[in-house]
Design a protein around this ligand. Structure first.
Ligand code: HEC
Length: 133
């Protein structure tokens, strides 16, 4: 009961502070912190990208299984499901698949995020032409 009588200002400052924190966090992750993968390190869709969709405890295919959520990220289906519909080869920043990743701006709470290094790998793979290699 007492809590309801607390000044609204406190709540307002709290909410604004929280929004500020959240926006800084996203800015950092999306625009500043993502490292570049050195160009002499090859990136393979089959060996480096596909495994990111089925990580233990962070398995995209619990939802992206061809029925619950699109795109279908199961092995054997993922490439055709994301290229070219959600991937602009050579331009990760314009690719809905990249901007929509958990850790970037995934449409719903996935329950986990990809790490900055994992996101960097996907970005560089797209920027280098999104090959099915
Ligand atoms: C808890 C369920 C869930 C998990 C786990 C999940 N997603 Fe999603 N994802 C969704 C839903 C729901 C959508 C909205 C599209 C839809 O409803 O088909 C979505 C949308 C997306 C989109 C945007 C697609 C577009 O059309 O713009 C991307 C990209 C994506 N997910 C990637 C991933 C990746 C990569 C992972 C794992 C690292 C993941 N998601 C884990 C449920 C999930």
């Amino acid at each position: 009961m007492n809590k309801m009588k607390k000044p609204r200002k406190t709540l307002l400052v709290g909410v604004l502070g929280l929004l500020l924190c959240v926006s800084c966090y996203y800015d950092q992750e999306v625009e500043e912190v993502i490292p570049d993968i050195p160009i002499d390190e090859p990136i393979s869709f089959q060996e480096d990208i596909q495994p990111l969709f089925v990580l233990a405890g962070r398995d995209c295919t619990t939802c992206h299984d061809g029925s619950i959520a699109n795109p279908d990220l199961r092995e054997g289906n993922a490439y055709d499901a994301i290229v070219p519909e959600l991937v602009v080869a050579g331009d990760a920043a314009s690719s809905a698949f990249f901007t929509g990743l958990p850790g970037n701006d995934h449409p719903i709470e996935a329950g986990f995020r990809l790490t900055v290094d994992e996101i960097a790998l996907i970005r560089s793979w797209i920027d280098r032409g999104a090959e099915d290699n």
